[in-house]
Design a protein around this ligand. Structure first.
Ligand code: ATP
Ligand code: MG
Length: 1005
């Protein structure tokens, strides 16, 4: 801490400054959020009791009752928070969390009930009364200062109320556990369901559980040792090597198998010990407990008990052990004698056979265990004895100097093994592969975390929160670190999974975080990522640390960090994200004041900037995420909402979430009523007109002056594109190109990648359909690619598609297909929703030029389905027009008629590019049916319409169709004239395949 007088930095929190002697005030207790277990216990029928007993006797009874209850609670590690009337309230997890707080609370409740029965025997005898209690136990988040005395000690939250409520609902003599407590103790508890009960703080009625008794807490019973074992070859081999050495040299060695909680130490050690047993090794196993009845050597005693049943141990030694160690786990009569007796027994065994002692959970062992093992290692000779101590790595923080044992670390599972384990678990709880992979990644190779995360799926949905068991394990570890290191860890959790010392300084607003970083590294909370960057060893640790901070503190730190980022070159996304967090936490704490509103607006503005930039760069998913977060922060009533929501909608539509985007745009249009919103409204109308192309060019023309007045280049790019598209529909490609060039300038200036790509796509399409001969058009497309396609996948794809068709018109089918495939890949990378609709249209065009009409039909049917699903009328019209033409060529007259009808229905007014060809298709169908008159009418109409375009491809297609229709009617001379016309148009375009078609028709006659 820093002295307020001389400003000297001093580690820790001394009462006086070591530099100037100033009295330093104790730091204010820091509020934290914790998941604790609360126990409420109240006397049942206490009114009747007070009526029956004299107040003096009653007081004496109550004093004994309270003392008894408090003793049970304290013995299991609970903190008695207060006495209210006849009720006792205790908390497990304050001041210090234990990973097994819920289990402790449940055991305490059972012991309270049992102890009361013993008291009742006395009371019955002395006063003729029996006491009965109702007990409620509930687990959940509370806020606490970590102190156990004074006003600051208050533990508050719905969790406490729910525990009290459970206690009220319990029958006399009953213990009711809340659902979370039950989940935590579940596998080791016996109980029956009670409920559903309505508890405050819970939206839905919940099932509580009547606790009857506790079962064994052996890991094999409470964890999933039944799931197939994922091989751990390396550590198994290492253990084998060690045991072989011991057998060969007949000596005693202690090995610690260590790793983090849940990494699989117990499972591995048991499996290996079982295999050793099968090889003839004599195995004894025991386990240390975090607390509980029995002597400190209980774990050792369990292991030895299994061994002394074999062979003929020295009777004197056995008698010593039977009177102390084996009886109650104590070193009775003395430590020396117990050690001697143990050595003697093991020496006896170890001479004739090989002995393996597996001692699990050594992190809970007390000093005497280490002394006993130390003596064994030093004094046992010529006996093949291996002691495998299984422990969490934390042990070495407590016992850095425990050198007698060699160490073998058990690392986390690799990603592939995690996924294998996830699929093993999923056989029990079936779920889709991608979800399981995500969960496997989240578990970061810890099998217990993985198992618990998968189990959470059983409760429905993907677990975003942490399973309580995993939370309890990590939180208890975090709770054990000192206040300074904890503070550093909290600052780090605010920065993110990775952080630098500079960032920590910025968040904390104080000096160097030096020393605690070393401690945190040693304790494996963090690790070096690069020389200057650190990271949490697990994202789950970061989550737990973050969740353990009071929201007020989180808000302060996020805001301070955002300020630091903004002063540097932090970038809008990072600044916006931290402001957003600061705002959310503050808003959770109460109605937003001015400061909170400022945070909100700042966050929304930054996120909106970042989202708009992402949108311009075609990074759609990211754009949607950022923009919707900005919009959600503001809320629909905020004047800034329409602008940002308009962009959200556009992104959604581009991503294929059409209906949602369309609805949102309609709402934007309704709300964009302010003067400043004219541009927003113009954008919304423009976008909406995609769905109603009939008057899109009208809407675009109206929007142009609005955009011009606001110098909105993006708007102008869009509006001009739309006007150009309308001209394209009329088949006026030369005119179109001028407009598109103009639009391209605006789009380039505004840096809008998506718009630029659309324009480039339209330019390429107009080169394909317009008057330029194919070789010229091909080289212009290549110019476009050279000028705009570098580093731009989308631009390459949309130019590539028409280019492929142009190549196919010249007979270059392979090159055309390769060009399309490359375009498809680029679009898939970009997650472009429309790709599924327009790629098959181009592929079909190429395949029909290659004569594969069957393939073309399949592709076009796909395109129609997809365009229909997207609600994109323009694409649907194009796809169904081409499908009609294809079906006609395949002799499916009814199909051709049907799809031509669909296309005509959707075609905007005055769009001869579509209608000319469609009329020609219909005419051909009618010719085949012999409807001479109507057929000729349509042929004329088609020629007229095509004549109004400057597209040789359109004119040639119509003329060739007519030539075929006329031939069907037997009007050969007219047919030949039409064919000549088609030939001239195809020649003008350099359309070699079309020329071939025309020649083939002539050949048929
Ligand atoms: N190699 C493995 N293959 C399949 N499951 C495993 C494997 N290792 C561990 N598990 C599963 O992970 C869970 C945790 O394993 P285990 O109890 O052995 O961990 P631990 O390291 O002993 O934890 P703690 O430190 O809490 O004692 C168990 O359900 C176990 O079955
Ligand atoms: Mg274990």
């Amino acid at each position: 801490m820093r002295c307020p007088s001389c400003l000297a930095e001093t580690p820790g929190h001394p009462r006086f400054c070591p530099s100037c002697g100033t009295h330093l005030a104790a730091p204010a207790p820091v509020e934290v959020r914790k998941i604790v277990t609360v126990v409420f216990c109240d006397l049942a029928e206490s009114t009747a009791l007070s009526e029956r007993l004299d107040p003096e006797s009653l007081r004496a009874v109550l004093i004994r009752y309270f003392a008894l209850m408090r003793d049970q609670l304290a013995w299991h590690g609970g903190t008695v928070e207060k006495f209210i009337g006849d009720a006792v309230m205790a908390v497990f997890g304050v001041p210090e969390l234990h990973e097994d707080d819920a289990l402790r609370a449940a055991r305490a409740a059972l012991d309270m009930r049992a102890a009361l029965e013993r008291l009742n025997d006395d009371l019955d005898h002395d006063l003729g009364i029996r006491l009965r209690v109702r007990i409620g136990v509930n687990t959940g988040e509370v806020v606490t200062s970590g102190l156990t005395r004074g006003e600051q000690a208050l533990v508050a939250g719905e969790t406490v109320n729910a525990a009290a409520r459970l206690q009220q609902l319990a029958q006399p003599g009953e213990i009711l556990l809340g659902p979370e407590t039950w989940r935590l103790v579940g596998p080791s508890a016996v109980g029956t369901a009670a409920g559903p009960l309505t508890l405050r703080g819970k939206r839905h009625p919940v099932t509580a559980w009547r606790l009857v008794s506790m079962r064994s807490d052996d890991p094999a019973a409470i964890r999933r040792f039944d799931i197939p074992f994922v091989d751990r070859q390396e550590p198994l081999r290492e253990l084998d090597r060690t045991l072989d050495g011991i057998i060969r040299h007949r000596h005693c060695r202690i090995v610690t198998l260590h790793g983090e909680a849940g990494v699989g130490k117990t499972r591995l050690a048991r499996l290996w010990a079982e295999r050793a047993g099968q090889r003839g090794v004599l195995v004894g196993s025991g386990r240390c407990r975090p607390y509980g009845a029995g002597g400190t050597l209980l774990g050792v005693a369990d292991a030895v008990r299994e061994l002394v049943t074999v062979g003929t141990p020295d009777p004197r030694a056995l008698a010593v052990l039977r009177d102390g160690l084996l009886k109650d786990g104590t070193p009775n009569p003395s430590h020396q004698e117990t050690s001697w007796a143990l050595r003697s027994v093991l020496e006896g065994l170890g001479r004739s056979t090989y002995v393996l002692i597996v001692l699990d959970d050594v992190q809970w062992a007390g000093g005497p265990v280490f002394d006993t093992l130390g003596h064994l290692a030093e004094e046992l000779s010529e006996a093949a004895v291996m002691v495998l101590c299984v422990t969490r790595s934390d042990l070495f923080d407590r016992m850095p100097g425990w050198q007698v044992a060699s160490r073998l670390a058990l690392p986390r599972l690799g990603p592939a093994d995690s996924r294998l384990l996830a699929s093993g678990l999923a056989e029990v709880t079936p779920h889709d592969g991608a979800l399981l992979d995500r969960i496997a990644d989240r578990s970061e190779g810890n099998p217990l975390y993985l198992e618990q995360l998968v189990a959470m799926l059983g409760d429905g949905g993907e677990p975003h929160g942490l399973p309580l068991t995993v939370h309890a394990l990590i939180a208890a570890r975090v709770d054990r670190i000192g206040p300074e290191a904890r503070e550093v860890l909290e600052c780090a959790a605010v920065v993110g999974r990775e952080f630098t010392a500079g960032e920590l300084r910025a968040v904390s607003g104080t000096g160097e975080p030096g020393a605690p970083l070393g401690e945190l590294r040693r304790k494996s909370f963090i690790e070096h990522r690069t020389e200057t960057t650190f990271r949490f060893t697990s994202g789950l640790i970061q989550e737990v640390v973050y969740g353990g901070m009071a929201k007020r503190r989180r808000a302060e730190l996020h805001e301070r960090f955002a300020g630091w980022l903004a002063a540097g070159d932090g970038g809008d996304e990072a600044v916006g994200t931290h402001l957003e967090q600061a705002y959310r936490h503050r808003a959770d704490l109460g109605p937003p004041g001015e400061h909170t509103a400022r945070l909100r607006d700042g966050a929304a503005a930054r996120l909106s900037e970042a989202g708009t930039l992402a949108l311009r760069r075609s990074d759609l998913s990211r754009a949607e995420n950022l923009l919707s977060r900005g919009a959600a922060l503001l809320g629909a009533a905020h004047p800034g909402w329409p602008r940002i929501s308009g962009r959200v909608a556009e992104t959604q539509i581009t991503l294929g979430d059409v209906e949602r985007g369309r609805l949102l745009l309609t709402e934007v249009l309704e709300r964009a009523t302010g003067d400043a919103d004219a541009v927003v409204a113009a954008h919304a109308s423009l976008y909406l007109s995609h769905f109603d192309p009939a008057d899109s060019s009208e809407v675009a023309r109206r929007a142009i002056p609005v955009f011009e007045a606001a110098a909105d280049d993006l708007g102008l790019a869009r509006a001009w594109t739309m006007v150009a598209q309308e001209a394209q529909g009329r088949g006026r490609f030369a005119e179109t190109r001028q407009m598109l060039q103009r639009a391209l300038e605006y789009a380039t200036r505004s840096g809008a990648e998506l718009e630029r790509a659309t324009i480039l796509g339209n330019l390429a399409a107009s080169l394909w359909l317009g008057p330029e001969p194919a070789p010229v058009a091909i080289s212009r497309c290549r110019d476009l690619l050279a000028a705009h396609g570098r580093d731009r996948g989308l631009a390459r794809a949309v130019v590539g598609c028409p280019l492929a068709v142009l190549l196919a018109t010249r007979g270059g089918f392979d090159e055309a297909r390769a060009t399309l495939a490359a375009a498809g890949r680029a679009l898939a990378d970009l997650r472009h929703a429309y790709a599924d609709a327009f790629m098959p249209i181009f592929s079909a065009a190429v395949e029909s030029l290659a004569g594969r009409w069957d393939l073309a039909e399949d592709l076009l049917r796909q395109a129609c389905a997809r365009a229909g699903a997207l609600g994109d009328t323009q694409l649907l019209v194009t796809a169904s027009r081409d499908l009609a033409g294809t079906l006609l060529r395949r002799g499916d007259l009814a199909g051709a008629e049907l799809w031509a009808g669909t296309a005509l229905e959707g075609s905007p007014r005055d769009a001869p590019m579509n209608t000319a060809e469609l009329h020609a298709i219909r005419a051909e169908v009618l010719a085949a049916r012999g409807a001479v008159e109507s057929c000729r009418e349509l042929m004329d109409l088609a020629v007229h319409e095509a004549g109004g375009t400057d597209s040789p491809v359109c004119r040639a297609t119509v003329l060739l169709g007519n030539a075929r229709g006329l031939a069907t009617l037997g009007a050969h001379r007219e047919s030949q004239a039409a064919a000549r016309g088609a030939m001239a148009e195809f020649a003008a375009k350099g359309h070699l395949v079309g020329r071939g078609w025309t020649l083939a028709l002539a050949g048929r006659r």
